[in-house]
Design a protein around this ligand. Structure first.
Ligand code: EPU
Length: 338
């Protein structure tokens, strides 16, 4: 394993932002990872774990040893007529894993097609799309402690999954490297096509009795039509979380904004789409210099090339202020600021 000094990270974050790591190491095995974490010299240095870089906003250089885990492999743990359990290396590409499942007829992750990032990052923020969250199919998460280099297995319950949340973003933040995820997938799929756009797209595709692959195709079509491809325009997907407000506040807002969409979380709480709020506040398609708000999905901030993390951060704060002023709703970032 090579450790490189002053390493450029532009190709390691989907916003395409410039940032330099003091040191950078790509690790491809558990042994390599443990040896670097327990090495007396490196043990003293601050460390930063960088997965697929698809949910990160660099506003500065990283004065640390940046570890880029690339542990790969898909291993069958067990299988019966109904289910299969797979252990997948944290460094596998998320979408490549989804395609593997679609090809083999394993259901459960098809709604999460085309999400950028790695398998190891998926549990970190409990990725979700089109009515499915990754926690639905996770059995356990294997992680290595940065402090001790020891492996720990987190059960699904111990991961404390919530909406774009897990223990790895909260109590255990910065303490573990996710090296593997065990999934339980179904061989007799009950597909989830309840999300409005999915049904509509399947109809347009003339599909009435969808297969796992049909659902995946429909999701990919929707995503391609709304979300910018990070290979072409720098972005990190949804920049903010969809805010939750009380049902009482929702009803009050409805009086002024009759079109306000909302989804009940429980009897007292409603989730409202941040994209709608941002669009209504006039930001959709807004551009300032090299950064802006995507023209087809206002929840996505973009770097057209050459923009900086500071510019994107400043834009995000202006958006937060204007949504707060117009609707009285606070937006919280989903993306991690560094
Ligand atoms: N909307 C607007 N204007 C916009 C964007 C959205 O009015 O510019 C409205 C839509 O018309 C719709 C509602 O907002 O009524 C919801 O929009 P959409 O279905 O596009 O989903 P979203 O709530 O904006 C969430 C996730 C996405 C995920 C989609 C689909 C969050 C923060 N985002 O977006 O996840 O792909 O649902 O399930 O929960 C991500 O996390 O990076 C991400 C892309």
């Amino acid at each position: 394993m090579q450790i490189q000094a002053n390493y450029p990270l532009r190709n390691y974050n989907t916003f395409g932002l410039e940032s330099t790591a003091s040191y950078f190491a790509e690790v491809t095995s558990l042994t390599e990872l443990k040896s670097i974490l327990t090495d007396p010299e490196w043990k003293q240095k601050p460390k930063f774990i960088l997965g697929g870089g698809s949910n990160i906003l660099f506003t500065q250089n990283i004065d640390a040893l940046v570890i880029h885990p690339q542990l790969t492999g898909i291993e069958k743990i067990s299988e019966d007529e109904t289910y299969i359990r797979l252990k997948v290396g944290g460094g596998e590409s998320w979408h490549a894993f989804v395609m593997y499942c679609v090809d083999h007829g394993y259901a459960g992750v098809e709604n999460l097609s085309l999400i950028p990032g790695s398998v190891g990052a998926a549990p970190m923020q409990n990725i979700g799309a089109y009515g499915v969250e990754v926690k639905n199919v996770i059995e356990s998460v294997e992680a290595v402690s940065i402090e001790s280099g020891e492996t720990r297995l987190f059960s699904k319950e111990e991961c404390r999954f919530g909406y774009r949340e897990s223990i790895f973003k909260k109590e255990a933040k910065g303490q573990y490297i996710i090296t593997g995820v065990t999934f339980i997938l179904s061989k007799k799929p009950g597909l989830n096509v309840g999300y409005g756009d999915v049904q509509k797209t399947l109809l347009e595709m003339n599909v009435t009795d969808p297969t796992i692959r049909d659902v995946s195709e429909a999701i990919m079509q929707i995503r391609r039509s709304k979300l910018p491809d990070p290979a072409k325009i720098g972005n990190a997907g949804s920049f903010f979380k969809n805010p939750e407000i009380s049902a009482a506040v929702f009803e009050k807002l409805k009086k002024s904004y009759s079109q306000l969409p909302g989804y009940p979380v429980n009897d007292e709480v409603m989730k409202v789409p941040a994209g709608w709020l941002i669009e209504q506040a006039g930001w959709k398609g807004y551009r300032q210099g090299n950064v802006g708000v995507h023209e087809k999905q206002a929840l996505v901030l973009v770097n057209y090339g050459g923009g900086t993390g500071h510019e994107i951060k400043a834009l995000s704060e202006r958006i937060q202020d204007s949504v707060k002023t117009k609707f009285g709703i606070a937006l919280n970032a989903e993306v991690n600021f560094i």
